[in-house]
Design a binder for this molecule. Structure first.
Ligand code: HEM
Length: 160
């Protein structure tokens, strides 16, 4: 449990630093799409660590099953087009990991607009993502690199 809570707390604490780093991020592949840029990694091996495209597809399958099983996230996903979301998540994470992909979905602000995502639902989702990555034996350091790249997007996703 501690293993799950600690990284989430750490990420909340480092979010301002990540935001500062993003302000100068010149990465073009994703810039036009996001009001909030993910903090892209410069580790070229990270994409391999996640099992390349095949690995990401398996991760998102498992992740979506967990999101539908968790009562805090289920209401958002049960009537959604899960196959489409999974495919877009694969693309998005692939881009964040510097894989050979292009993200074809909407901006995070657009995709989550009016959905009333609160902090509880957001952290429940992050927790399910960590459980997924643990189940697939993704090394802890690599997990944190990816999650640190994704969580700054919370500003565009959570409705306050
Ligand atoms: C860092 C966190 C998150 C990331 C990276 C993320 C990423 C994405 C992506 C890539 C899409 C597809 C975009 C598109 O439809 O064009 C999407 C859609 C969606 N997300 Fe998220 N998301 C995050 C957090 C959340 C949270 C916390 C919830 C709710 C608990 C949520 C619920 C949804 C739903 C229901 C859709 C489908 C929207 C639709 O089909 O109209 N997301 N998300």
């Amino acid at each position: 449990m501690l293993k799950l809570i600690l990284p989430v707390a750490m990420l909340a604490a480092i979010t301002p630093q990540i935001a500062a780093a993003q302000a100068t991020d010149p990465t073009p592949a994703i810039k036009e799409r996001y009001a909030t840029l993910p903090n892209l990694t410069d580790d070229t091996k990270l994409y391999e660590t996640f099992g390349r495209r095949e690995g990401l597809v398996a991760i998102m399958d498992d992740f979506m099953n967990r999101l539908v099983a968790n009562p805090r996230t289920r209401p958002y996903f049960e009537n959604s087009d899960k196959e489409r979301i999974k495919a877009l998540l694969v693309e998005q994470v692939c881009v964040v990991l510097k894989g050979p992909c292009t993200y074809s979905g909407r901006s995070m602000a657009e995709a989550h607009m009016g959905m009333n995502v609160n902090e509880g639902a957001f952290f429940a989702l992050v927790e399910e993502f960590q459980k997924t990555l643990n189940a697939r034996n993704i090394p802890f350091a690599a997990q944190n690199r990816l999650i640190a790249s994704l969580t700054p997007m919370h500003r565009d996703i959570i409705d306050r």
